[in-house]
Design a protein around this ligand. Structure first.
Ligand code: BGC
Length: 378
């Protein structure tokens, strides 16, 4: 097990990593020089109900295994106690590094304390773990930018902006409704803030109206990012605010799963037919079912976050820790977790409209053209 010792030498504070045998670590040998096959990386993922996390888990596992590491990959079924238990078990079974995508960003403090006590570095994967000093590194995307890109897609879809961000021909006023992710996910706040900072001027000048009046994140958040909950909320909105013949012109949706629930509610209310076109609905994650909906002209757009690249950063960070080094960060300011700023590596994101599916998703090998046409992966 890695033992990280901070030593004051000659007046200078040096972070010195010392390898020490941690007893019954996985594979027996865990010195800094131990070969990859003697190292176990615990990978804790939130749920398999969303394709995105399956892709993340697969990418992280494949890349670690290619380098020779043992991988303990667990999914927690979006259940907080299950995730806590799985992480506890990874620690007692001698994991050398933990990579964790938390369900509830504030619920893992005692697990992280146990990891710190056992000198196990913790990498927060895509979702920041909050309220703990024992988060060593964070790999994610530019989450604020995701929200900005979603809002820009909504504005472009409505014609208030052109594709290159200039004022569009349309003037509105357009009716829009807003959705946010799970309040216990730090990212949900970044997405919503980015989106609202972009939409607010249009709300202020009257070209957008949130007809339901629900514009606070607490009013529009969807617990655990559940598709069914989003569908129900959209149905309720249609009944309560659009029973006077008015239309929902656009919906800010922060995640493809929610977008599909929202689209189902809209379709059930007659949207998407010739007389009543589908509302402009945004998304995130480029999930295959939604990519097909975009290809078919039903969903407006999604935000592509290449999980292969995120996995690569998580693996690079794990390797750095195993070598006794600090991983390379490209942001050391943004992600304050309530206790400290967590050094981060953030990746860029891309907006995908129908025309971008081939160049961004197919040509890069993320999906095949057949998978896009079928709306499912093999
Ligand atoms: C991720 C998003 C994802 C959402 C729901 C967020 O933490 O950053 O990519 O859409 O969780 O799974």
């Amino acid at each position: 097990m890695n033992l990280r010792v901070k030593a004051l030498v000659g007046g200078a504070l040096l972070a010195l990593t010392v390898a020490a045998c941690g007893g019954e670590g996985a594979g027996g040998g865990t010195e800094e020089s131990a070969p990859p096959e003697d190292r176990t990386i615990g990978v804790s993922m939130p749920t398999q109900t969303s394709e995105r996390w399956i892709a993340d888990g697969d990418s992280v596992r494949e890349q670690l295994e290619e380098l020779g590491y043992q991988v303990d990959l667990q999914y927690a079924g979006d259940d907080i106690p299950t995730q806590s238990q799985q992480v506890d078990q990874m620690i007692t079974q001698g994991a050398d590094v933990l990579i964790i995508a938390a369900i509830d960003g504030t619920a893992l403090s005692s697990q992280l304390q146990a990891a710190a006590d056992a000198d196990i570095p913790v990498i927060a994967y895509d979702r920041l773990i909050r309220d703990s000093e024992n988060v060593d590194f964070y790999v994610s995307f530019d989450n604020y930018r995701v929200g900005v890109a979603q809002a820009e897609a909504l504005l472009t879809g409505l014609g208030l902006l052109t594709a290159d961000g200039q004022p569009g021909e349309a003037t509105g006023p357009f009716n829009v409704e807003l959705f946010a992710g799970s309040l216990d996910d730090n990212n949900a706040h970044f997405f919503f803030d980015g989106a609202m900072d972009t939409l607010q001027p249009f709300i202020d000048d009257g070209s957008l109206a949130v007809k339901s009046g629900q514009a606070e994140i607490e009013q529009v958040a969807i617990l655990r990012w559940q598709q069914e909950t989003a569908q129900r909320r959209m149905e309720d909105l249609l009944t309560s605010s659009y029973n006077d013949g008015s239309r929902v012109d656009g919906v800010l949706s922060p995640y493809d799963g929610l977008s599909r629930g929202i689209i189902t509610a809209l379709q059930n209310a007659g949207y998407g037919a010739a007389a009543s076109p589908m509302s402009v609905v945004t998304g995130q994650d480029a999930e295959i079912a939604s990519v097909k909906l975009i290809d078919d002209g039903v969903q407006n757009s999604t935000i592509f976050k290449d999980t292969r690249l995120l996995a690569e950063q998580a693996v690079a960070a794990a390797e750095a820790f195993l070598a006794g080094e600090e991983p390379e960060a490209n942001d050391t300011e943004t992600y304050e977790n309530g206790v400290k700023v967590v050094p981060s590596y953030l990746l860029p994101v891309e907006t995908v409209y129908a025309d971008d599916i081939a160049p961004l998703l197919v040509d890069s090998g993320y999906y095949t053209a057949e998978e896009v046409a079928a709306g499912q992966t093999d």
